[in-house]
Design a protein around this ligand. Structure first.
Ligand code: NDP
Ligand code: OXD
Length: 316
């Protein structure tokens, strides 16, 4: 019998994900927690905020697949078996969705959409200045799977694009900066900052007053813009709120927050220079996730190494 797959999730419905996998591999047993069946048959687990201890006692477990690119919640879960490889979600469908969100929001600020929406509400006909894309410098904090795809698509549109990563990278047409010493020069040439970092001990709270003050102030937009589609824990929200209200920061698009759902009384809802979205930048499609998981299972069962394995010490 092929190794069985167990979906262990909370906050989402497991059956739809399981059905997508069954559709692509009808011979493989697929179970949804708590209907584990015989625990020794479970070879693979797909997890998103798994119920406490759901993956304990599965002696035959060979891999855990995160139902998401971000693994901060799983890495921080003390009940997750430490010896089993954890694989993050990587798929063109996910990258395309994130790039759509990034391009949408870069263009929204580049073409002054928040101002136009406010003007429409007030019945004001104002033609705000419209700088050309090559006059605008976009910087992507986190030049990984998602950041690189978004960077390439923005470069095609004519923006000057740079990226920052932990280790040095080379991406054609993108100015690459890396490490602590690369951060200040990267920020100093950035008008629109896109945050696509994972949340780790090294990145928590990285978007603070000091970072925001390091952004370019001589750009065509008249002030720096922040787009955070990574994780809410990356931003110091008190610092960000101050920057958005005292003029340090021109505008922002925020898809992620320290507390989600964003509380109804959060001041971010009402700032005219902020576009708020409900953590929807890039939800992976169940069929795409099933394709990714089965691709990795087939590699493993053919004796090849798993791809996209999380470095648990680094946290991503
Ligand atoms: P990757 O692991 O492919 O890329 C992460 C990038 O961040 C890499 O370039 C990495 O550097 C860099 N990085 C990590 N730590 C540091 C550090 N300390 N200093 C500098 N750079 C660092 O992740 P993905 O691109 O697939 O995903 C990024 C994040 O996007 C996810 O972790 C998740 O939090 C978020 N996300 C949000 C979604 C949403 O709907 N809002 C949907 C999907 C993902 P290096 O290249 O050297 O490893
Ligand atoms: C993810 C997410 O990490 O949806 O994939 O946030």
């Amino acid at each position: 019998m092929s190794g069985a797959v167990l979906f262990a999730v909370t906050g989402m419905e497991g059956e739809g994900w399981a059905d997508a996998l069954r559709a692509l591999d009808p011979a493989r047993p697929v179970r949804v927690w708590p209907d584990v069946g015989a625990p020794e048959e479970i070879a693979y687990a797909c997890a998103w905020k798994p119920p406490a201890g759901a993956l304990k006692g599965l002696a035959g477990l060979r891999a855990i697949f995160s139902i998401g690119a971000g693994v901060d919640a799983l890495v921080g879960d003390p009940a997750l078996p430490a010896e089993v490889p954890l694989v993050r979600a990587v798929d063109p469908d996910l990258s395309t969705r994130m790039s759509e969100y990034v391009v949408l929001n870069v263009l929204a600020h580049h073409r002054r959409l928040p101002r136009a929406l406010a003007d429409q509400k007030a019945h004001r006909w104002i033609q705000h200045d419209q700088p050309a894309a090559p006059a605008v410098r976009v910087g992507i904090l986190g030049l990984g799977e998602l950041g690189t795809d978004a960077a390439r698509k923005l470069a095609v549109m004519g923006f000057q694009v740079a990226g920052w990563s932990r280790s040095p990278r080379e991406v054609e047409g993108i100015a690459c900066f890396a490490g602590a010493e690369g951060l200040a020069p990267f920020l100093a040439r950035t008008d629109i900052l896109v945050v696509l970092l994972p949340l780790t001990p090294a990145t928590r709270g990285i978007v603070d007053t000091a970072l925001l003050r390091g952004l370019a102030r001589d750009g065509a937009l008249g002030g720096p813009v922040l787009i955070n589609a990574g994780r809410g824990g990356l931003q110091n929200e008190a610092d960000l709120l101050a920057a958005l209200t005292d003029g340090t920061q021109l505008a922002a698009s925020l898809d992620v927050f320290e507390t989600e759902p964003l509380p109804g009384d959060s001041p971010f809802w009402d700032l005219p220079n902020v576009l708020v979205t409900p953590h929807m930048a890039a939800d992976i499609d169940p069929a795409a996730f099933a394709r990714h998981v089965l691709g990795q299972i087939r590699r493993l069962e053919a004796g090849a190494p798993l791809q996209h394995v999380v470095n648990r010490a680094a946290g991503y």
